[in-house]
Structures are given as structure tokens and as C-alpha cells.
Design a protein around this ligand. Structure first.
Ligand code: SAM
Ligand code: SF4
Length: 357
């Protein structure tokens, strides 16, 4: 039976550890029944930290003059792709700020090279781009696209994510376009954004269900001191009792509820979760609904410059070390590293001819 909005809200407000143990157990069971015990590894390459946007929460925002900016070359990205193959990963995730210097053609040629030189699935996460760009990259072979809607509360979204001049920001509309273009579609939210209420978060989780997401990425909002939200976020906070905390526990609740509303989705145990609990955040995420981790393949010289929030986990680990550490952690909780690309079971199901929906 589908979990109701009322139940989602009740779980979000639950703080009795014995009751919460039931939620963790339920999410873990649904995860096992729907996507199995394999944990899929997606190699992450943060290939540019240039960004034209002024998101109130993110350290890569245009106005942050403190960080040095970088852009990797196509050859550099391909070297990371080959490293992903050597480590046995099935997917390469190419992520960046919203970088207008990333031209449609250049990106298409990078995707084509990765697809012709390796067996990897390619996931893009480049922010808001026009339909023509998305169509061109899909044609070049990109398989998946990640674009978090961040919050379903439009008023809050506009406050923390200003539109660019003359370009109304509508991430939900882009998610629909991605679906039409045949991408596996991923989205998600930050948890505990100042001004985010329990009602908002319940709506977010309902929207995961409505959008029938193939991938759901959620993590705690982590304040960055060089951002407006990091400096003045308190002023936006919802009244006491209504404001969602940006806590580790709240993040597990949303991971678990995401699993219940989208049983077949691929759900990562995120770096933000590993940042708030370096000892066992990733493992607990995997035991409470998640089935994916994203080892970082970004070359070390760039990794510390991709500072979306401070004290990010694994900022100094070499790709080899990240790989060994994560493989060990997965084995230690009795799970196995996934083989193959780890495509979305829901997308596969939707794409069969017998299922026109
Ligand atoms: N520029 C692309 C975009 O915005 O979709 C992709 C890169 S962006 C850094 C990836 C995600 O980082 C965002 O969707 C946001 O949820 C997350 N993020 C940014 N700042 C954050 C913060 N301070 N705390 C937690 N997550 C953050
Ligand atoms: Fe740029 Fe993405 Fe950061 Fe916003 S969240 S400032 S679009 S990198």
C-alpha cells in the first residue's frame, strides 16, 4: 500500500529511536526487494567550478571571489573515465557549475569520446541548460541527467536560487523535458534549508513520487560562510517547530521515505551525508534505503576547489584510496559492489514497448 502524505509527515516529525528503527527496517526491506543488495559505484568528475549563477547556498556561486576557478580539458576528463573503467565502475558522472563556457559541441564531443572509448554509462549534471543542448547530448550518448529541484516551495526556491536575467528558472519543466528526451531522470533536494518547513519537505517527497524519478539525491544543507545563506540564513528560518533541521537523522528519514515512494529508484548515500558523519554516514545511508555511492575521481589538484560547502568528505583522498575505502565499507556491511552500469529498473520498465506510460 502506498504511503500517504499524512504518514510521510508523521515520520518526518518522529523522534522516538524505537519507532524510527521501524522506518529504517522498512526502507531497507523495500530496497532489498526492489533493487537488491548490489551497491552501484558511480565515478564522479567535477570538471569545472565556473558558475554563472548566484545560488544563495553554494560556494561555487559567481560572486565568490575567494576560490580559484578551473576547467578540466577533454583529455583530462577522458583520463578519469579510463580510471573509472580500471576500478570497475559502470558509470561516469560529469558534474560542474553552470558554466556557459561549456559549449554544446564540446560537451557532445566529450560524451561521444567517453562512449566510444569505454563501456561506461554517462550521467550529466551541468545545471539548467536549454532543450537543444540536452537533446544534442542525449544524441551523443548521454544516458542520465541529474538536476535537483532543491525545494518544491516555489517562493523559497526563488529566494535561494535567483533566476538569471530574462531566463525564468524552472527546474521541474526541465525534468519533464529530460524525460521526453529519453534520459534517466534524477533529482532531489537539500534538507534543512533555512525557511524549509515540514510541509515543504513532505511536498518534496510527494513530488519525487509524482515525477517517478529514476534517481533521487538528497543531502543535508551545509552552510558555506562565503554565501548569503551561510551568513544570513537565520533570518530566513521558519518559525520554531516548523523549520526542518539540517541534521543527519532528518537526512536518513528522507532517504528512507524516498525509497518508500520510489522503490526502484537509484538512491545514493551522498558525500554530504559522509561529511556530517565521516565514520559511518555512508554506511547508515546504505542501510536505510540507499543503493549507490559516488567515489570521487576529480584530480586532487581540483578537488579542494570544488567547495560547494566546507569540510567536504574525502577532499584529500586519491581516487585509488576513495575506491578502496568505499569497496571495503560496502563489504563490511554485507553488501556487494554492483557489476555493470546499474541502470534504473524503473526506467527500463517504462521503456519496454508493452508499457507506453
Ligand atoms: N550546478 C549544477 C546544479 O546546480 O544543478 C550541479 C552542481 S551543484 C554544486 C550540485 C548540488 O549541490 C546542488 O543541486 C545542491 O543541491 C548541492 N549543494 C550546493 N550547495 C550546497 C550546500 N551548501 N549544502 C548542501 N548541498 C549543496
Ligand atoms: Fe552554480 Fe550549481 Fe552551485 Fe548553483 S548549486 S551556484 S548552479 S554550482
Amino acid at each position: 500500500m502506498e504511503i500517504t502524505r499524512q504518514h510521510i509527515l508523521q515520520w518526518l516529525r518522529e523522534d522516538d529511536p524505537r519507532r524510527l528503527a521501524e522506518l529504517w527496517q522498512q526502507a531497507d526491506q523495500v530496497r532489498r526487494d526492489s533493487v537488491g543488495d548490489q551497491v552501484h559505484l558511480r565515478g564522479l568528475v567535477e570538471f569545472s567550478n565556473h558558475c554563472v549563477r548566484s545560488c544563495g547556498y553554494c560556494g561555487l556561486r559567481l560572486g565568490n571571489e575567494v576560490i580559484a576557478r578551473y576547467r578540466m580539458t577533454a583529455d583530462g576528463i577522458l583520463a578519469s573515465a579510463h580510471q573509472a573503467v580500471r576500478f570497475g565502475y559502470g558509470t561516469l558522472v560529469l558534474q560542474s557549475g553552470e558554466d556557459e563556457e561549456t559549449s554544446t559541441r564540446w560537451m557532445a564531443s566529450v560524451v561521444r569520446r567517453v562512449k566510444s572509448e569505454t563501456p561506461l554509462a554517462v550521467t550529466l549534471s551541468l545545471g539548467e541548460r536549454g532543450r537543444d543542448d540536452l537533446a544534442c547530448w542525449r544524441e551523443a550518448g548521454a544516458d542520465r541527467y541529474l538536476l535537483r529541484f532543491e525545494t518544491s516551495n516555489r517562493e523559497l526556491f526563488d529566494k535561494i536560487h535567483p533566476s538569471l536575467p530574462g531566463r525564468h528558472s524552472d527546474r521541474i519543466a526541465i525534468l519533464h523535458q529530460l524525460r521526453e528526451l529519453g534520459y534517466e531522470v534524477g533529482s532531489g533536494v537539500m534538507i534543512g534549508i533555512p525557511g524549509q518547513t515540514y510541509d515543504d519537505l513532505a511536498n518534496d517527497i510527494e513530488l519525487f513520487r509524482q515525477l517517478r524519478l529514476d534517481m533521487i539525491g538528497v543531502g543535508p544543507y551545509l552552510p558555506h560562510p562565503a554565501t548569503p545563506l551561510g551568513q544570513f540564513g537565520d533570518r530566513l528560518a521558519a518559525p520554531p517547530g516548523e523549520q526542518v533541521p539540517n541534521s543527519e537523522e532528518m537526512t536518513y528519514k528522507v532517504v528512507a521515505l524516498a525509497r518508500l515512494v520510489c522503490p526502484k529508484a537509484n538512491i545514493p548515500s551522498t558525500t554530504a551525508l559522509a561529511t556530517v558523519n565521516k565514520e559511518e554516514g555512508r554506511e547508515l545511508g546504505l542501510q536505510r534505503g540507499a543503493n549507490v555511492v559516488m567515489p570521487n575521481l576529480t584530480p586532487l589538484e581540483y578537488r579542494r576547489l570544488y567547495e560547494i560547502y566546507p569540510s567536504k568528505a574525502c577532499i584529500q583522498e586519491r581516487a585509488e584510496d576513495c575506491h578502496h575505502c568505499l569497496s571495503h565499507r560496502i563489504a563490511a556491511i554485507g553488501r556487494e559492489v554492483g557489476s555493470g552500469r546499474g541502470d534504473s529498473a524503473s526506467h527500463r520498465h517504462r521503456s519496454t514497448p508493452a508499457d507506453p506510460g
